[in-house]
Design a protein around this ligand. Structure first.
Ligand code: S3P
Length: 446
């Protein structure tokens, strides 16, 4: 989708180095899960560092609609009074998950094995995204989904009254699908098994274990099996949400594009299922240090320091790395435009069903900025023009996609002429403080 009514255009211009400390917000994936598991636990879960982006606020509202108590005590500090596994009440109204695929898919999983009905919808972006990938496994538990053609929202899900446990081999590398099946498995008797061929983010598994669920890993012929024992009593927890490595990617890549920059990002997650961008940046020649590594709230974190040290090299990003950096391809594509040589990103078909078709959105936006790109169904190649070689001077369509907006605003800080995004509004879904945080580092965003 291009510009919407009430759109907020924003322009980024080159204005010298980025310097300082960037306190990026809490991890979006972990924030959704903390609210949902808090709602399914018995007792009061206390969350600190919760991302207060619209996606997560929509999940908080949904948990209230299913009967949990959800209260905000202060910035990032929330309390959830859970209803227990299987204790969801029937919502009185439609659940609007806004822009969030993670929100709607995880919540559908969490309710699929309770005898309640709920109708889900979202914004124009979410209503275009495929839900068949979760309704198919949820049907095996006994849930029934009634949606629009192509398995699109709005959709009503009837939870199973007598759920069966499921063994499910993921047909796509998707943490959302894996998590939906595990959350559904919570209220099924016996063992629910999810098998993944490629490791995707493991926050659901970590947090389920933290809340007291019995979970084990096994090798299966098709890959790694996660075996969950159903009907546990989840116990309320204190959850500390680390800072989001996918949000950190924007100031990090911007610092690597703008000569003279040096940026520090404290307390950012170092979860190995999320580190693909940082591996790729090292291969491109970036200087990034991870200081004071530690464990916080069951997740590895460190303080990140990044310095501009000259032109990066274009690289081939192998398909096997896609799951570990799936949300970082847009900003990598922007950075690749300022590298020397071509960056080839393969095995990224999943980007076509994100908040927008991200291969197409990046290819068109970069081309409009004067960058040579090639796309196939599942790859994108960006021909780098060096640190001060990107012409810019374009207005880019954001298509209701926060990461497309932030990626092009970062590129505008390094391009020869300003880059405008047609709507910066979607940034509020994941990183509301992005414009102020970047201005605090010295960026010219207006
Ligand atoms: C997420 C999983 C990924 C990712 C999304 C967050 C999650 O989606 O792109 O931003 O929190 O589980 P897929 O499961 O579609 O790969």
């Amino acid at each position: 989708m291009s510009q919407t009514s009430g759109a907020q255009p924003m322009t980024a211009r080159a204005a010298g180095p980025l310097r300082g400390t960037a306190a990026v917000p809490g991890d979006k994936s972990i924030s959704h899960r903390a609210l949902i598991l808090g709602a399914l636990a018995v007792g009061e879960t206390r969350i600190s560092g919760l991302l207060e982006g619209q996606d997560v606020l929509d999940t908080a509202a949904a948990m209230r609609a299913f009967g949990a108590g959800v209260e905000r005590d202060g910035p990032g500090a929330w309390r959830v009074h859970g209803v227990g596994v299987g204790g969801f009440a029937e919502p009185e109204d439609v659940i609007d998950c806004g822009n969030s695929g993670t929100g709607v898919r995880l919540i559908m999983g969490a309710m699929a094995t309770s005898p309640v009905a709920a109708t889900f919808t979202g914004d124009a972006s979410l209503r275009r995204r495929p839900m068949g990938r979760i309704t198919e496994p949820l049907a095996r538990f006994g849930a029934r989904a009634f949606g629009r053609a192509g398995g699109r929202l709005p959709m009503t899900l009837l939870g199973a009254a007598d759920p069966l446990p499921v063994r499910y081999v993921l047909p796509v590398a998707s943490a959302q699908v894996k998590s939906a099946v595990l959350l559904a498995g919570l209220n099924a008797p016996g063992e629910t098994v999810v098998v993944e061929r490629e490791a995707t983010r493991d926050h659901t598994e970590r947090m389920l274990a933290g809340f007291g669920a019995a979970l084990r890993l096994e090798e299966a012929p098709e890959g790694r099996a996660i075996v969950l024992s159903g009907q546990p009593e989840l116990r309320a927890q204190a959850v500390v949400v680390p800072r989001d490595p996918s949000s950190a990617a924007f100031p990090v890549c911007a610092a690597l594009m703008v000569p003279g920059s040096e940026v520090r990002i404290p307390g950012v997650s170092r979860n190995p299922t999320r580190d693909g961008l940082y591996v790729t940046l090292a291969e491109m020649g970036a200087e990034i240090a991870f200081e004071a590594p530690r464990i916080e709230g069951g997740e590895p974190v460190a303080d990140l320091r990044v310095r501009f040290t000259g032109a990066l090299r274009g690289v081939e990003v192998p398909p096997g790395r896609a799951a570990r950096m799936i949300d970082e391809y847009p900003v990598l594509a922007a950075l690749a435009a300022t590298a020397e040589g071509a960056t080839v990103m393969r095995g990224i078909r999943e980007l076509r069903v994100k908040e927008s078709d991200r291969i197409d959105a990046m290819a068109r936006g970069l081309a409009a900025c004067g960058v040579r790109v090639e796309e196939t169904e599942d790859s994108l190649t960006v021909h780098g023009m060096g640190p001060s070689g990107v012409p810019g001077g374009a207005t880019v369509a954001v298509r209701l996609d926060h990461r497309i907006a932030m990626s092009f605003l970062c590129l505008g800080l390094a391009a020869r002429a300003p880059v405008t995004v047609d709507d910066a509004g979607p940034i509020a879904t994941s990183f509301p403080a992005f414009p102020d945080l970047m201005r605090g580092l010295g960026a010219d965003l207006g």
